[in-house]
Design a protein around this ligand. Structure first.
Ligand SMILES: NC(=O)C1=CN([C@@H]2O[C@H](COP(=O)(O)OP(=O)(O)OC[C@H]3O[C@@H](n4cnc5c(N)ncnc54)[C@H](OP(=O)(O)O)[C@@H]3O)[C@@H](O)[C@H]2O)[C@H](O)CC1
Ligand SMILES: [K+]
Length: 514
């Protein structure tokens, strides 16, 4: 079964919760494709990946042993199908079953009955002489922490250093939240079916999955019209069609005028990082609004980015008379306090786009509703006017209750924050989540560890600001900015610092627009 690409569009990058996946199963079976057909295709896909891990088709035929761990449900059923497929291909395979196979039911019982190889009790597994472990213990049906026997087995596998191929999810991992329930396998590869789950991309889940293979097993994409998933992997298929890009007959004002607020004379670098990124990412014009004391510092260090004095609300009110000023970045290096709050309120009241980051967010720490009330009243036809780009610490300042609610996944937490604030919320991390008040959310999956460096967050605000200034709808603008930021880091490679990111945007655009 090939991983045939689906027609490009948001549903191409949809994520399905375990419950939504079960609906996809049910709709497909109701449509006449049996659960056994799905399980057969799933198991054969697992066997194909196993052979690749063993050194290519037939690679398993050279006497190596493969251990298939089979759980009590359909995840175990997939394991039995994989085992029988490998056995027929000459692989020395043994199934270690968590229960007597006569206790299996439904499709799993069918798969176990079709398996002609040997079955051992799970407790007999030692890992000796084993070249690969296929984890078919638990998948989408995991509903509680693993018991001691399974947790000990995972430790046995880890001590033996045997590569692990997980079916659907590494056992112990919650497919909805990416949380580890007690203990979980750390797989080298994970094969999942039809569409990934949020838990494949949310930490720590993502770090437990290894290389993720998404295989098609016969579920038709049209089930997604019924399911209508609202979460996605953040990839260009989600927003590429919505990007506003330069047109032949256009001029710089068509691409929007972006503004970044500078901090005081000794704190201007962050704003310049954002401003430079905004210009490089596509804004037609970018101006640094600078306090008088920092004008010379800024003017001496920019060229195409312009500098204007802005010292207080009267200055800003005058600037806002220019309706061409489309999108504003407030926060990087700005300073925490009443001025930031006043500026943010003025910009939102003027119906302009505001990306609030760093000090801008912290300025509302003890009065978030002041900001939210303003934002909730200002959503335009393209979506919210406000984008918040907190890291976990800043998120906690605005949404302390959500940050403390352990039962929420990062996806849930960010979604609730978006509804409460009326903003598109970008909760940063290795698994950055972007959520809109209308319920849509995306989990970012690109980038490199080198992004954990001072100033990269400032650059991100500039990249998002550039999309907003050009007229891209708010949620798509934030998703595009986050993806461009991660891809720029990947293109640069090791040794990255914040100043290196904007310079990678031309190569990123060349790929994106090819
Ligand atoms: N379209 C698809 O994606 C397909 C998926 N397939 C595979 O099916 C599994 C889901 O199978 P399911 O039987 O629903 O669930 P699991 O096999 O993951 O779990 C089996 C049962 O285990 C029990 N359980 C849950 N947590 C624990 C735990 N910590 N310890 C012990 N037992 C646990 C639970 O039953 P309970 O009654 O005890 O609650 C589970 O039901 C999916 O992951 C895919 O691999 C299809 O085969 C092909 C199509
Ligand atoms: K599994």
């Amino acid at each position: 079964m090939t991983d045939a690409p689906i027609a490009s569009g948001p549903y191409d990058v949809a994520l399905l919760t375990p419950d939504e996946m079960a609906s996809a199963d049910r709709l497909t079976i109701a449509g006449g494709i049996s659960g056994r057909t799905l399980m057969g295709a799933a198991g054969r896909a697992v066997a194909e990946v196993a052979q690749a891990m063993l050194g290519g088709p037939g690679g398993g035929g050279n006497g190596v042993r493969v251990a298939c761990l089979a759980g009590p449900g359909n995840n175990g059923g997939d394991a039995f199908v994989a085992a029988e497929t490998l056995r027929c291909e000459g692989v020395d395979v043994v199934v270690f079953s968590v229960c007597d196979i006569d206790r299996l039911a439904g499709d799993a019982a069918w798969a176990a009955a079709a398996y002609r190889g040997s079955v051992e009790p799970l407790g007999a597994f030692t890992g000796d002489g084993c070249a690969l472990v296929i984890d078919g213990l638990f998948g989408a049906g995991l509903s509680r922490p693993l018991d001691a026997e399974i947790a000990n087995l995972i430790e046995t596998v880890e001590r033996a250093g045997v590569p692990v191929l997980a079916i659907d999810l590494p056992s112990g991992l919650c497919g909805r939240s990416g949380a580890v329930l007690g203990k979980a396998f750390t797989a080298d590869r994970t094969v999942t079916f039809f569409r990934p789950k949020p838990g494949h991309f949310l930490e720590p889940g993502r770090s437990h999955c290894g290389v993720l293979d998404v295989r098609q097993i016969g579920i038709a994409p049209d089930v997604l019209e019924t399911i209508a998933p609202r979460q996605f992997v953040n990839r260009p298929a989600l927003w590429r069609a919505d990007l506003s890009l330069p047109v032949d007959a256009g001029h710089k004002y068509d691409r929007g005028h972006a503004v970044v607020f500078s901090g005081s004379a000794s704190r201007t670098g962050a704003a310049r990082l954002a401003a430079g990124a905004a210009l490089r990412a596509g804004a037609g014009l970018v101006t640094l609004f600078s306090p008088a004391g920092a004008i010379l510092v800024n003017a001496a260090q920019v060229t195409a980015v312009m500098v204007e004095r802005c010292d207080g609300e009267r200055d800003l009110a005058r600037h806002l008379d220019d309706s061409r000023l489309k999108a504003f970045v407030l926060g990087p290096g700005f300073g925490v306090g009443g001025t930031a709050r006043a500026y943010a309120t003025q910009i939102l009241k003027a119906g302009r786009f505001l990306i609030l980051d760093a000090d801008g967010i912290s300025s509302f720490a003890d009065r978030p509703e002041e900001l939210f009330d303003e934002a909730l009243g200002q959503a335009g036809e393209g979506g919210p006017n406000l984008v918040l780009t907190p890291h976990a610490g800043e998120f906690k300042r605005l949404f302390p209750d959500l940050a403390a609610k352990g039962s929420l996944s990062k996806l849930d937490r960010t979604r609730e924050a978006a509804v409460r604030s009326g903003a598109v919320v970008v909760l940063k991390g290795r698994d950055t989540v972007i959520a809109a008040p209308d319920g849509r959310a995306a989990i970012n999956a690109n980038g490199t560890p080198w992004l954990a460096s001072a100033g990269t967050g400032d650059v991100l605000t500039g990249m998002i600001c550039a999309q907003l200034s050009q007229g891209t709808p708010t949620f798509e603008a934030a998703c595009a900015g986050v993806w461009m930021h991660g891809r720029s880091a990947e293109l640069f490679g090791p040794g990255l610092i914040a100043e290196d990111l904007a310079g990678q945007l031309p190569a990123m655009f060349a790929e994106l627009l090819a």
